[in-house]
Design a protein. Structure first.
Length: 385
C-alpha cells in the first residue's frame, strides 16, 4: 500500500547501533559530530530574538506565495552586505533549504530525470531526490593541495536526462569554495547542455580566508537557483526560514519564477511570525558568526598542534564551513574504524563513507564542538593510532 519512493531500508546502520549501545550503557562520549549550533554553547541575543517573534502583526494572515515583502527585503539586504545586488522579487521564502531543493527538483525534473551532485558531499541528497522521483548522478571532487571540482569529469557525467548541477559552496564536508573560474566554466557547461545550476550556500559566511567566498547570488550566466537560510547563517535551525533565489538569462528566469511561484503558492509553508522577525534575526547574525569562526579557528589550531606530535594522521585543507577532514591509516573500512573508535576510545566521529568518499582512510569531525570536548576527543582519537 506504500509507494516505492519511500521503500527505504529503515534499519539503523552498524555505527548507529553501536552508538545506541554506548549511550544506553551510560558511558562517557566525546561526540565529534555535533552540528546543532543551539547545543554548542554559543550565546544568542535572547531578548532581541524573542522580541522580534512577538510582533502583533503575526495575528493577521496575509499570504504571499513568495513570502512577506519585508522578509524578502531583509534577505536582499543580507546579500547587499555580501556585495551582491538581489531583487526581492527574485526571492521565494521556504521553511528550509530541503524544501527549496524540492521546489527546484519539481520545477526542473520529470520522474527519473537526473540531477548531478558532488562526491564527497552530504548524504541528505539521497532522500530528497527519492521523494521527488529524481535520479542522482555523482561528479567527482578531487584533492590536490586543496579540494576542487573535476569539471571534465562533470561533463562526462551529463546525459540527455540531466536537468541540473548541484554545487555546494562551500562544500560540506570538504569546506572548499567555488572559484571565479569554476563559476565561468559551470555557466558554459550549463548553457551548452541546457542545464540549471543549483547553488547551496548555507555555509557561505564561514570562510577562513577573507575575500575567498564568492556567491552565486548574482550569477546571470546560466539559470541559477541559490539557496540559504537562518539555520546556518544565524544558527537558528528551529526558526524554519530559508529562501530560494532565481537568477540567469531573462528568457529562462521568468518562466522558472512563474512556475516556482505556483509551487510555493500550493504550500505557503513559512510561518508569519518568523517572516516578520526576519529583519531582526538577520541583523543578529554577526555576533553568532563571530563566535563560530573563533571556535572553528581555535579547534583547527588545536587539531594542528596535536597532529604535529604524531606521524600517523594528517588533515586536509579546509577553506570554510564547520567540518574538518582527517586522513587516517586505511587499514579497514571507515565505518569499522568509527565503531572501533567508539568502543575503544569513547569517541564518535563520522566515517568518510558517510559522505561518499571514494576510498577508505577518512574521518570527518565537527569544528564547532566545544573546545575542551574537541581537544580531549582528538587526543583520544589520535592515541588509537
Amino acid at each position: 500500500m506504500f509507494s516505492e519512493r519511500t521503500n527505504w531500508n529503515l534499519e539503523p546502520n552498524r555505527l548507529s547501533r553501536a552508538l545506541e549501545v554506548h549511550r544506553a550503557a551510560g558511558k562517557r562520549l566525546f561526540d565529534l559530530t555535533v552540528s546543532n549550533p543551539t547545543e554548542c554553547g554559543f550565546l544568542y541575543e535572547q531578548e532581541h530574538i524573542l522580541q522580534a517573534l512577538a510582533n502583533p502583526a503575526a495575528l493577521r494572515y496575509d499570504p504571499n506565495p513568495k513570502g512577506l515583502l519585508t522578509a524578502r527585503e531583509a534577505v536582499a539586504n543580507y546579500y547587499a552586505d555580501c556585495g551582491e545586488t538581489v531583487s526581492p522579487e527574485d526571492l521565494i521564502l521556504t521553511a528550509s533549504t530541503s524544501e527549496a531543493y524540492s521546489y527546484v527538483f519539481r520545477t526542473l525534473c520529470n520522474p527519473d530525470d537526473e540531477i548531478l551532485i558532488p562526491a564527497p558531499s552530504y548524504p541528505l541528497f539521497e532522500f530528497l531526490s527519492a521523494i521527488q522521483d529524481v535520479k542522482l548522478k555523482r561528479y567527482p571532487l578531487v584533492y590536490d593541495h586543496r579540494w576542487q571540482m573535476d569539471l571534465h569529469g562533470l561533463e562526462q557525467t551529463v546525459t540527455p536526462r540531466t536537468r541540473g548541477v548541484v554545487v555546494v559552496n562551500p562544500n560540506n564536508p570538504t569546506g572548499h569554495f567555488c572559484t571565479g573560474n569554476d563559476i565561468a566554466r559551470l555557466n558554459r557547461i550549463c548553457l551548452e547542455r541546457g542545464l540549471a545550476l543549483i547553488a547551496d550556500e548555507v555555509f557561505l559566511d564561514y570562510s577562513l580566508r577573507p575575500g575567498q567566498a564568492k556567491s552565486f547570488a548574482a550569477n546571470a550566466g546560466a539559470l541559477t537557483f541559490t539557496m540559504s537560510g537562518l539555520s546556518k547563517i544565524c544558527g537558528l535551525p528551529q526558526m524554519k526560514l530559508a529562501w530560494l533565489l532565481t537568477t540567469g538569462p531573462q528568457e529562462q528566469k521568468t518562466p522558472a519564477l512563474d512556475r516556482l511561484e505556483v509551487v510555493a503558492d500550493s504550500y505557503l509553508s513559512p510561518g508569519t511570525p518568523v517572516q516578520l522577525a526576519a529583519p531582526a534575526l538577520l541583523q543578529s547574525r554577526r555576533k553568532f558568526q563571530e563566535q563560530v569562526t573563533t571556535r572553528v579557528r581555535k579547534n583547527l589550531a588545536e587539531l594542528d598542534h596535536q597532529l604535529g606530535t604524531q606521524k600517523s594522521c594528517s588533515r586536509l585543507e579546509v577553506e570554510g564551513g564547520w567540518n574538518g577532514i582527517l586522513r587516517v591509516p586505511a587499514t579497514r573500512p571507515d565505518e569499522d574504524l568509527a565503531i572501533e573508535l567508539l568502543r575503544a576510545k569513547d569517541v564518535y566521529a563520522h566515517p568518510g563513507d558517510f559522505y561518499d568518499f571514494p576510498q577508505s582512510g577518512y574521518l570527518v569531525v565537527s569544528l564547532i564542538t566545544l573546545e575542551d570536548e574537541f581537544a580531549e576527543g582528538i587526543a583520544r582519537l589520535l592515541s588509537f593510532f
